[in-house]
Design a protein around this ligand. Sequence first.
Ligand code: FAD
Length: 285
Amino acid sequence: MRVDDLLARGQTFSFEFFPPKTDEARAQLNDTINELTPLQPNFFSVTYGAQGGERTRTRDVVVALARNGSVPPVAHLTCVGHTREEISALLGEYKAAGVKNILALGGDIPADPTQIGPSDFRYAQDLVEYVRANFDVCIGVAAHPELHPRSVSRESDRQRLADKLRLADFAMTQFFFDVDHYRRMIDELSALGVHKPVLPGVMPVTNKAQIARMAQMSGSELPQWLTDRLAPLENPVDIRKAGVEIATQLCTELMAAGAPGLHIYTLNRSVAAREIAVNLGLGQA
Ligand code: FAD
């Protein structure tokens, strides 16, 4: 199924994974997929890294999901370190496996940039244009409610987002903790004449140090109320319970704000993601 067709039918819910690096991590991801599949989410998305090993790991997970046929995959794909030929070869493999959705991204530059090859695409929009012209797939793009960390100004960042979303079919957001960031971005896109679906990305906090690190990298604000709420908690179960409560509340506010669906970041663990879905009455839990 294409994500744009799913969105046309009504609100979606979906989960994000990253490709595993070790046998142990692969087993963990398989368990997570097996535990979340019975909820009957609308799709799973799989992140992508530009370095050689990461590329094939993502491809293998995406192709296995497509061949399994239970939940359609969305394959993340980046500009960084890719020629047109490499993108075409990968999309050819996806087509053969029946993959119908991609997320076209600028991409994170690896810690060691010498590990990647030349890039024929600079911005996500360039990749969207190329894929649109050459492949029949549903195309998503990334949106940053609190602005992309490298953006020059609010106006230019929103204009760039509007430009690429006009060409794409839908967007998925970076995680955030305040529904107002999402509302404001949707209003700003509307003012620019863009009304395509933007799926909010929701990250349940399960580890305090990890969320602080990820927020810093992605340019997401950790609001004071969140830091205060987590500060007295040390037991991992208590932290996860608080994280699930906070994420459930945010999802409820997002649905009330008219979000076309909910995309939950799992970090390849099922418990928090499943608890949020159950709290919201999503799927067949
Ligand atoms: P772009 O749309 O290219 O934007 C990047 C910056 O350039 C922005 O500041 C924008 O304002 C500016 N810009 C855009 N177009 C132009 C232009 N024509 N001229 C001048 N400036 C311009 N990274 C990965 O490596 N792998 C993943 O799997 C992955 N998954 C992600 C999933 C989601 C939902 C999100 C939100 C991010 C993900 N990322 C991933 C991170 C993402 O690749 C980085 O944030 C990257 O730095 C920017 O990606 P983008 O697609 O938003 O880039």
